[in-house]
Ligand binder design. Structure first.
Ligand code: DX5
Ligand code: ZN
Length: 217
């Protein structure tokens, strides 16, 4: 069986205090930090890129970092992102015409590779690349912003993946919190990204623990 890993998204945290916020989440039991990189083209928003992640790595030497690359040209940022100390490079298949090639380059750069799909992309579209990837990300909101409503109908994608790939790492991202985690757990997701539900809580440690318990039970 696959075990739950909880990766808080710092998107809606105080980005001017990214290192402190990340460390606080790790101290609260986060298994990894989910870093939302947006380029203003693939999604209608801009956040930050590898220069900031590199500074964050200097402040936090040991944590597992995922960058969620919401960018139009995923191949372009592989080398500098690996150099910034990221372990998992998750990109979207939608803008990409050479997915297998990009996956190979990510691995050659020393990172694991995640493949994400937006809500309107079918799970079959990503299934053909599973052998090239280490993880599949099912978006449960339209990417671009934190704090949106969880899309329950995405759970059929997770269920389909889990039934066909029992040991695959399957990540969900968008609107996941204590009110929606049971749907994710039942469908078979094991990598849980949660933004506002964790960073906006007065007790992030309890939220992280309860998210993990919901998946592992
Ligand atoms: C959305 C991002 C998510 C988001 C998660 O584009 O990829 O990681 O910030 O935040 P919540 O949990 O608030 O939806
Ligand atoms: Zn994300």
């Amino acid at each position: 069986r696959v075990f739950a890993k909880i990766g808080p998204s710092i998107l809606n945290a105080d980005l001017s205090r990214l290192a402190e916020e990340s460390q606080r989440l790790l101290d609260c039991g986060a298994d990894y930090i989910h870093l939302d990189v947006m380029d203003g083209t693939f999604v209608p928003n801009i956040t930050f890129g590898h220069p900031l992640v590199k500074c964050l790595r200097r402040n936090i030497p040991d944590a597992f970092f995922e960058t969620h690359m919401m960018v139009q040209e995923p191949a372009r940022w592989i080398e500098p992102t690996a150099d910034a100390g990221v372990q998992l490079y998750t990109f979207h298949i939608e803008p990409c015409s050479n997915v297998v090639d990009v996956c190979r380059k990510v691995r050659e750069a020393g990172m694991k590779v995640g493949l994400g799909i937006k809500p309107n992309t079918s799970v079959e579209a990503v299934a053909e690349y599973i052998d090239a990837a280490d993880m599949i990300l099912i978006m449960t909101v339209e990417p671009g912003f934190g704090g949106q409503k969880f899309m329950s109908d995405m759970m059929s994608k997770v269920r389909w993946l889990r039934s066909n790939y029992p040991s695959l790492d399957i990540e969900v991202d968008g609107g996941v919190g204590l009110d929606t985690i049971n749907q994710c757990a039942e469908a078979g997701a094991n990598m849980i990204v949660s933004g506002t539900a964790v960073t906006g809580s007065a007790d992030p440690k309890s939220v992280i623990t309860r998210l993990r318990d919901a998946v592992n039970d």
